[in-house]
Design a protein around this ligand. Structure first.
Ligand code: SAM
Length: 229
């Protein structure tokens, strides 16, 4: 349940200093001796929706050391686990992993409370819950309404990555993304040089499980195009 989730009334109200203490000064000025006193000027650019145990964040953190990335996860225990994992990595490798963090939230709600229009350059939906039953389809993380929200927080030229081992869900995501006026599919051959794709396939815990079970992985990536403005 998400009855007790905190969310900022607008992105400007969000205090990111707990997630990225090397990049944001505490909004209330009450940091400890380790807090930075000035923001680095960076903003979160990558969001991993339903990030689970955080394998993608850990992998991409060192591939894109100058980008801030955030996992969003609804399960309390999972959020705590990933948080501890990242803190341990920061301790073990000083200067690394300061750009990766996780937030407990329901990503189907309040996304625009956290991110400004066009703030993000990459959005990841890796092995999302399939919700097989027809009456549960509205609980899927890709729907026409949510896609408009994703288009709002994603900048023109930004990319949505989706992958699933469930063909039916893959076809559902493709159907809705194809139908949306602000997204165009990126042909597989154009993804060859994309540094994120290999990790999208293999870095997450779910992706590794599918690999062990020799399951299929259906990838579909879309570019957010420039709109009407
Ligand atoms: N992406 C991860 C991976 O590839 O290993 C996790 C995949 S797991 C099948 C789906 C995850 O999405 C779960 O951890 C679940 O708790 C999370 N989730 C489901 N609905 C969510 C929501 N509305 N907001 C945030 N997280 C959600």
């Amino acid at each position: 349940s998400d009855h007790h989730l905190d969310y900022p009334i607008s992105p400007a109200h969000m205090d990111w200093s707990k997630n990225y203490p090397m990049h944001f000064a505490p909004k209330d000025g009450e940091g400890d001796e380790n807090s930075v006193t000035q923001d680095s000027g960076k903003k979160v650019e990558f969001a991993d929706i339903g990030c689970g145990y955080g394998g993608l964040l850990v992998a991409l953190s060192t591939v894109f050391p100058d980008k801030l990335m955030l996992g969003m996860e609804i399960r309390v225990k999972v959020e705590e686990y990933v948080n501890q994992k990242i803190l341990a990595l920061r301790k073990k490798h000083p200067g690394s992993y300061d750009n990766a963090s996780i937030l407990r939230m329901n990503a189907m709600k309040f996304l625009p409370n956290f991110f400004e229009k066009h703030q993000l350059s990459k959005l990841f939906f890796l092995f999302p819950d399939p919700h097989f039953k027809k009456r549960k389809h509205k609980a899927r993380i890709i729907t026409p309404t949510l896609l408009s929200e994703y288009a709002y927080v994603l900048r023109p030229g930004g990319i949505i990555y989706t992958i699933s081992d469930v063909k039916e869900l893959h076809l559902w995501m493709v159907k809705h993304l194809d139908a949306h006026p602000l997204f165009v599919r990126i042909p597989d051959e154009e993804l060859v040089g994309d540094l994120a794709v290999e990790h999208v396939r293999n870095a997450t815990e779910e992706g590794q499980k599918v690999e062990r079970n020799k399951g299929d992985k259906y990838l579909a990536c879309y570019r957010r195009i420039t709109d009407d403005e």
